[in-house]
Each structure stands twice: as structure tokens, then as C-alpha cells.
Design a binder for this molecule. Structure first.
Ligand SMILES: [Zn+2]
Length: 98
């Protein structure tokens, strides 16, 4: 009689995302789109800064016009750099139309 054990080895691969919270308001993390460490803001902050409604903001994250990272806990963090670039474009567009 052969005494053998069958062993199943499984591996999981996952991407770990880390952010640094420097104060109660600001978090710093790596934006995969910018490939830089950027300030991350929550959706409410991004709405306040841009004046864009939440639904429109989410749509723009899907088209990557605004960069966003979804955390394991399901929170959406917005790349402040992309928000500032968008608001700059919005201001330039306003200036161009008398
Ligand atoms: Zn970004």
C-alpha cells in the first residue's frame, strides 16, 4: 500500500494599494494614471472643487478624464492632480468664450 498525500497548492495574486494619510483631510497615494504620488481626495471634495455633480464626476472617472482609485473597502479616491487639470481646462474654456 502506497502512503501518499496529495497536496493542492493555490496562489492568489493581488495588487496592494497603499496610501499615506498625512492629516485628517489629506491622503497621498500613487495614481496609476499619473504614475506619481498625488494628493487623493474623496468624492465630496472633488465635487466641491470642480462644481461637477457626483454622477457626472463618476462618469468622468470611467472615461479616465478624472483619475480614481477604488479601495478594497469600496471607497472611491480621486486624484487631485487630474481634478486640478480638469478645473484648469474648464477655466480656459470659459475664458475662450466671451
Ligand atoms: Zn492621476
Amino acid at each position: 500500500m502506497i502512503n501518499a498525500k496529495k497536496m493542492l497548492i493555490t496562489t492568489d495574486s493581488f495588487e496592494r494599494y497603499s496610501i499615506t494619510v498625512r492629516s485628517r483631510k489629506h491622503a497621498i497615494g500613487r495614481c496609476p494614471a499619473c504614475r506619481h504620488d498625488v494628493e487623493l481626495m474623496n468624492v465630496d471634495e472633488a465635487v466641491s472643487v470642480t462644481g461637477i455633480r457626483t454622477s457626472e464626476l463618476i462618469r468622468r472617472t470611467e472615461t479616465n478624464e478624472i483619475h480614481a482609485i477604488e479601495t478594497d473597502s469600496g471607497h472611491l479616491l480621486i486624484c487631485a492632480r487630474s481634478v486640478h487639470e480638469l478645473t484648469q481646462k474648464m477655466l480656459e474654456k470659459d475664458d475662450g468664450n466671451p
